[in-house]
Design a protein around this ligand. Sequence first.
Ligand code: SAM
Ligand code: TMP
Ligand code: ZN
Length: 405
Amino acid sequence: MTTCRICAGPVEEFFDFGRQPLSDAFPEPGATEPEFFYRLAVGMCPHCTMVQLMEEVPRDKMFGEHYPYLSSGSTVMREHFEKLAEQLRGSELNKPDPFIVELGCNDGVMLSTLAQAGIRHLGVEPSGSVADVAAAKGVRVRKDFFEESVARQILAQDGPADVIFAANTLCHIPYVDSILWGAGALLAPDGVFVFEDPYLGDIVRRTSYDQIYDEHFYFFTARSVATLAARHGLELVDIEPLVVHGGELRYTLARAGSRTPSASVTETIAREQREGLAEPATLRRFAAEVERNRTELVELLRRLRAEGKRVAGYGATAKSATVLNFCGIGPDLIEFVSDTSVTKQGRLTPGSHIPVRPPAEFADPYPDYAVLFAWNHADEILAKEQGFREAGGRWIRYVPDVHIT
Ligand code: SAM
Ligand code: TMP
Ligand code: ZN
C-alpha cells in the first residue's frame, strides 16, 4: 500500500504506465551503463484529495550535474518570467530592502531580471549545471535542494524573505511538508509563498497524460493545495490561472489570517467541486481516455510507417518520455527528435532510444510528419516552423486527442 505523502492516508491508484526510465536522462549512443527504470503509476488520496505518484524516484537520480532542462529555451517562458519579475517588483517587493528566494531557479530565467534591478535575492538550485548558467547571469545561487534545514540556514544568513517563489518545482518535491515548514520559518510575517505548477484540471480536461512522469510527483488542485497549506499554518489567499505549460495555476500562500483571501480561491474550489475533479469516477474516465489516446497514436504512426512516410518528433520533452515508453514507440516509428537543447542533442531519448538532433537537421530535408511533443510551446514553434508546413509537412498532435494539422 502507498501512503499519502501529505496525510498518510491510503492512496488509490487510478493509472499504471508501467516501467519508465528517468524522463531527463538522455543516454549517449552506445552507452553500456543500464538505464534506471521505475514503475510510473498515479493515484489519489481520498482524504486530502492530493493526486500523486505511487512510487518516488530518489531526488539525486533526477536532479544534479547532468540535469539537462534549460528554462530559457523558450521565448514565451522567458517573457512570462520577465513579466512576473516586474509584477513582483511593483507589488510584494516594493518595500525597503526586499528579499526574494526562488526554489528551482534553473538557469536564472526569472531571477536574472531581479538581479539586474539590484533586488536582494537567492536562488536555490540543486542541479549544478543549470545553476552555473544562472550564476553566469549574475544570479546569486545556492547549489542545494531546498528543504526545512536549508530554509533555516537562509533565514539565519539573510533574514526573512518577503517572497518565496517556485515555478514548476514544488510539484517535483515529494517531501513537500519539509518545504512548507521551511517556507513558514523563512517567510517574513507579511511575506508570500507564490508557486505555479501544472493544474490537474487541465490535465484531466485535455487528457494530457504526458504531464505524468518521474519529476512531476504531485498534481495540484485548489482544494488539495488549500488543505496542504492549512496543515502548515499557511493559507491559500490567491489563485491565478496561467496558459503556459498546457495550463497551470499560480497559487499564493500567506500566513493563516494575515491576508484576506481573494474570491478566486472559493470560486476555483467550488468549480472543482461542481466538475467532480479528483473524484474516482472522473479519474477513471481520464484513465479510459489515456488508453484510447495510446491506441490511436500507435495506429496512426504504424499506418504512416507502412505508407513509407518519414516521421520525426519535435521537442525531446520530459513529457515525451511517458508517451514514447507507454506507447512503445521507438526509432522504428519515429526517425529522430529535434530539440534546441545542446544538453540533449547527440544523445538518445530515455528508454525509447530515438536519436535527438539539432533543429538544423529537422529542415534537412523536412520529414513528412512531426509529432509535436513540445505541444505546450505550440504557438511559438508553429510560428517559427512555417517552412515545414510550406514544404508540405504536417503536425501530429495528441493533446487533447490524436489528430493531424
Ligand atoms: N523554475 C524553472 C522553470 O519554471 O522553468 C525550472 C523548472 S525545472 C522543471 C525544476 C527545477 O527544480 C530543476 O531545475 C531542479 O533542479 C529543481 N529542484 C528540484 N528539487 C528541488 C528542491 N528541493 N529545491 C530547489 N530546487 C529543486
Ligand atoms: P518543456 O515542455 O518541459 O518546457 O520542454 C521543452 C523541450 O522542447 C525542451 O527540451 C526544449 C525543446 N524546444 C525545442 O526544441 N524548440 C522550441 O522551440 C521550444 C520552445 C522548445
Ligand atoms: Zn492525503
